[in-house]
Design a binder for this molecule. Structure first.
Ligand SMILES: N[C@@H](CCC(=O)N[C@@H](CS)C(=O)NCC(=O)O)C(=O)O
Length: 244
């Protein structure tokens, strides 16, 4: 994968002259999926290589939080070219802007952001799943909500866009749709997309992107945490955040 392209965001020392080599972003989160996964997929779709710090001890989190590194005391954190960004959606948008996945004009950009917000709504059942007390009930409620409402609307968006959210081509909202579908297929099974051909085609298209395929087949990949993986993930999150 190429290193991050485009213009560098300069926060370097005053008087610094000339272009610099692009810096590899560093993403700090837990050794898991959660709120960092969308940023990982968008970086992969942009062909960006990144470094990862996966916190495993409470002391590491406290040091970042109390050291003022985390603007709102929360993870994930993306550091690049002297910039420290938290809030997962801001991270996703920053990456997408630098990677050219934000459409060709303001109207497309707004449409892409709108769909990304709808994905955030639809994805909430996914991110809360590992933390739910009753997995099967949670999953069947998600299925009903997805098939009854959320996925048909997204299917119509893709049909209108000719296969992607906006007509000019792939955007970060398409990547977020694919990431969400990948998680829900993991939770609910591949039949989820049987009657949703536009969504299925988009998912296949994003999975086939070189950077995404390479990330998904790498050992850095954190699959959707169901079952024992989910329980281990929740235990790790609690240990890091709360020291218990
Ligand atoms: N809106 C934030 C939520 C971030 C968030 O809740 N992060 C959790 C970990 S997944 C956290 O750091 N919690 C620690 C705390 O709130 O003290 C985002 O999207 O990044």
């Amino acid at each position: 994968m190429p290193i991050w392209g485009g213009t560098n965001h300069q926060h370097g020392p005053a008087g610094h002259a000339g272009p610099t080599a692009p810096t590899r972003p560093r993403l700090t989160y837990f050794a898991g999926w959660g709120l960092a996964e969308q940023a990982r997929w968008v970086m992969a779709a942009c062909g960006v290589e990144w470094d990862q710090t996966s916190l495993s001890r409470h002391e590491e989190f406290v040091a970042l939080r109390d050291g003022g590194v985390l603007t709102f005391g929360q993870l994930p954190l993306l550091e690049v070219d002297g910039l420290r960004l938290v809030q997962s959606q801001a991270i996703v948008r920053y990456v997408a802007r630098r990677g050219g996945l934000v459409g060709v004009d303001d109207a497309e950009g707004a449409t892409i952001d709108m769909v990304a917000e709808a994905v955030r709504d639809a994805r909430s059942g996914l991110s809360s799943y590992p933390f739910s007390d009753d997995g099967p009930t949670h999953a069947s409620q998600c299925r009903a909500r997805l098939l009854g409402k959320q996925l048909p609307y997204l299917e119509a968006v893709l049909r209108r866009g000719g296969g992607s959210v906006v007509p000019s081509g792939l955007s970060y909202a398409d990547v977020l749709i694919a990431e969400m579908l990948d998680g829900y297929v993991g939770m609910l099974g591949p039949g989820l997309l049987d009657d949703l051909p536009w969504l299925k085609a988009l998912r296949d298209r994003v999975l086939a992107l070189e950077g995404v395929a390479s990330y998904l087949s790498s050992t850095r990949r954190h699959p959707f945490p169901g079952g024992d993986v989910g329980r281990a993930y929740v235990a790790n999150v609690n240990a890091v955040l709360h020291g218990k």
